[in-house]
Ligand binder design. Structure first.
Ligand code: NDP
Ligand code: 2IT
Length: 452
């Protein structure tokens, strides 16, 4: 019988090899560390997981596509971006995961997101593999026509790699309903197929699921509520700080407010807003979803209760709950120390890997309930899978039905993570619980399907 510490030494060697084999991909290294540093207990306990090559296969994407995306701006100038799709693991189902359009996108970022997605999707229990894609295209300040031409060019290459039974992209940073519409239109035109299940996050009326726009934010709040319930508390009357002001942040604030909490912040890359009365969602939606503006406009139009802090971090605002919902590594050790000093009870990740490893450690040491993104933000991809189910059945469900299924899925993910952590002597450690539970499902399927 191999001990946990012997197993951890083997996993550490593998991590060193991953760093050598994948140079200049710090985000991917970080995501691999975060998972492999928690697997020793399960690998030591179940010898089949120590089989040579299993974890080596898990950290190597099944397929990686990188392509040129040429497009013309409104002045007729040719621009060139880079497109990516990393098809990481399909042991449990078709590759599934969003597309990110942001200037910071590179192969390492897409690989970290794709790797996280494998475990997240496994946790949903809905039969979806892991993948991610995107481009270094920056949609900020681009006209609708430019975004459309970019999306058409992007899909002109991507279409050959995706399909309802192969790989099903959706949105992520910089990709929302508008972009999914343009992408779907071009896919339909090139393939001459009405293949609704090839993309999720579609518009209502042409295959989109009700509650998909809300699902990630709503799901994260339900996960946070489940963590609080475990400690004999609920959301009523709690003050919450939320970062970001995009899809995830907006619907996080909406659900927090609906369940009696007071969400007092939002942010974008220019700074943050703090609003003592609680964020006015109609105003925020108008500025962000309709006008595609910046958060300082919110403070200007809201009046005395709100102020804009240029360049600051929402984590400086005292709160009971923190829900990072913008981007990776946006909450570091200093921020964690500030949150702890201000008495934070729970941190639940709406974004993917927003909390640095040092910050996670500090929060857990201080006894703060910490919900890792691969569990806490899984509601988005879960409702994507429900959208695929509706598409296959050529039907659409009511909002109430989708919301009920979402709530059941989030409760079940919480229970799975909680129980798995207890089973492996890490009570209350949702990071370990999520990683091991997701890993077991994927690893069992990979072992059963042979060396491929
Ligand atoms: P949006 O594009 O709708 O919003 C992103 C928000 O985060 C914006 O307010 C944006 O500000 C801010 N932001 C993005 N990058 C940075 C950065 N480098 N520095 C500071 N602020 C930044 O994206 P989503 O809301 O969809 O995604 C947010 C997070 O949630 C991401 O981590 C994503 O991977 C994750 N996620 C999304 C899901 C979904 O269904 N959409 C599902 C699960 C997770 P600005 O406009 O100034 O850039
Ligand atoms: O990170 C994520 O889970 C997403 N961006 C959503 C993926 C999806 O396929 O709905």
């Amino acid at each position: 019988m191999t001990t946990r510490s012997e197993t951890q030494t083997t996993l550490d060697h593998l991590l060193t090899e991953i760093e050598h084999r994948n140079p200049a991909q710090p985000e991917f290294h970080q995501a691999a560390h975060e998972v492999l540093e928690t697997l020793a207990p399960v690998v030591a306990a179940r010898p089949e997981y120590a089989e040579p090559g299993l974890i080596e296969r898990l950290v190597e994407p099944e397929r990686q596509v990188i392509f040129r995306v040429p497009w013309q701006d409104d002045q007729g100038r040719v621009r060139v971006n880079r497109g990516f799709r990393v098809e990481f693991n399909s042991a449990l189902g078709p590759y599934k995961g969003g597309l990110r359009f942001h200037p910071s996108v590179n192969l390492g970022v897409i690989k970290f997101l794709g790797f996280e997605q494998i475990f997240k999707n496994a946790l949903t229990g809905l039969g979806i593999g892991g993948g991610k894609g995107g481009s270094d295209f920056d949609p900020h300040g681009r006209s609708d026509a430019e975004v459309m031409r970019f999306c058409q060019s992007f899909m002109t290459e991507l279409y050959r790699h995706i399909g309802e039974h192969t790989d099903v992209p959706a949105g992520d940073i910089g990709v929302g309903g508008r972009e999914i519409g343009y992408l779907f239109g071009q896919y339909r035109r090139i393939t001459n197929r009405w293949e609704a299940g090839v993309l999720t996050g579609k518009g209502q009326g042409w295959g989109g699921s009700l509650i998909r726009p809300e699902a990630t934010g709503y799901g994260n709040v339900l996960f946070a509520a489940a963590m609080l319930r475990e400690r004999g508390e609920d959301l009523e009357g709690q003050t919450a700080v939320v970062s970001g002001s995009g899809n995830v942040a907006i619907y996080t604030i909406e659900k927090l407010t609906a369940l009696g909490a007071n969400a007092v912040t939002c942010s974008d890359s220019s700074g943050y807003v703090v609003d003592e009365k609680g964020i006015d969602l109609d105003l925020l939606k108008q500025i962000k979803e309709v006008e595609r503006g910046r958060v300082d406009a919110y403070a200007e139009r809201r009046g005395a209760s709100a102020r804009f802090v240029p360049g600051g971090r929402v984590w400086d605002v005292p709160a009971d709950l923190a829900l990072p919902s913008a981007t990776q590594n946006e909450l570091d050790e200093n921020d964690a120390a500030t949150l702890i000093r201000n008495g934070v009870k729970a941190v639940s990740e709406g974004a993917n890997m927003p909390t640095t490893p040092e910050a996670v450690h500090l929060l857990q040491q201080a006894g703060v309930a910490f919900g890792p993104g691969k569990a806490a933000n899984a509601g988005g991809v879960a409702v994507s899978a429900l959208e695929m189910a509706q598409n296959h059945a050529r039907t659409s469900w009511t909002a109430a039905r989708v919301e009920e299924e979402l709530a059941d899925i989030m409760t079940s993910i919480h229970t799975t993570c909680h129980e798995t952590a207890e089973r492996y002597d890490a009570p209350g450690d949702y990071v370990t619980g999520a990683n091991i539970a997701g890993f077991e499902r994927v690893a069992d399927a990979m072992l059963a399907q042979g060396v491929i």
